[in-house]
Design a protein around this ligand. Structure first.
Ligand SMILES: [Fe+2]
Ligand SMILES: [Fe+2]
Length: 138
């Protein structure tokens, strides 16, 4: 069952679209609206990953534990980059989203190609079913 990969890849595509809408509106007077929509989407996505999925997985090897630590560290960095952008927007300053964009793409690719296939292999079917139910009822 490839459920986790399929579900999260779909979620990644959705917030990528919201991020692109935000990027396409730099210079527009509605930029803050687009930014807040993106921030809401990404924050919810990170919460789903951390609170519903990662909590159900105990890394068995040091390598896997290191991978989970890298993911959580990147989440913290993404949140901090979003906070910086929000502060600049609130102050009426120009924003440069290139670093955030690069990080988002790298993070997402790593999850799509490495993390979620690994979780799909290692989390047992029963736990996956419970995760599915929680994801669908969140
Ligand atoms: Fe993530
Ligand atoms: Fe993700």
């Amino acid at each position: 069952m490839r459920f986790l990969s399929d579900y999260m890849i779909k979620d990644h595509k959705e917030f990528e679209k919201v991020f692109n809408d935000f990027g396409d509106n730099i210079g527009s007077s509605h930029l803050m609206e687009y930014f807040l929509k993106f921030k809401w989407n990404l924050t919810a996505h990170l919460a789903v990953e951390e609170k519903i999925i990662f909590i159900n997985y105990n890394p068995e090897t040091e390598e896997d534990a290191g991978m989970m630590e890298k993911i959580l560290e990147e989440h913290r960095e993404l949140i901090s980059l979003m906070d910086d952008i929000e502060d600049r927007l609130n102050d009426g300053k120009d924003v440069d989203i290139s670093h955030l964009k690069r990080m988002l793409i790298e993070h997402r690719n790593f999850e799509d190609e490495v993390l979620y296939p690994m979780l799909d292999n290692k989390i047992d079917e029963n736990t996956k079913k419970q995760i599915i139910t929680k994801l669908e009822n969140q």
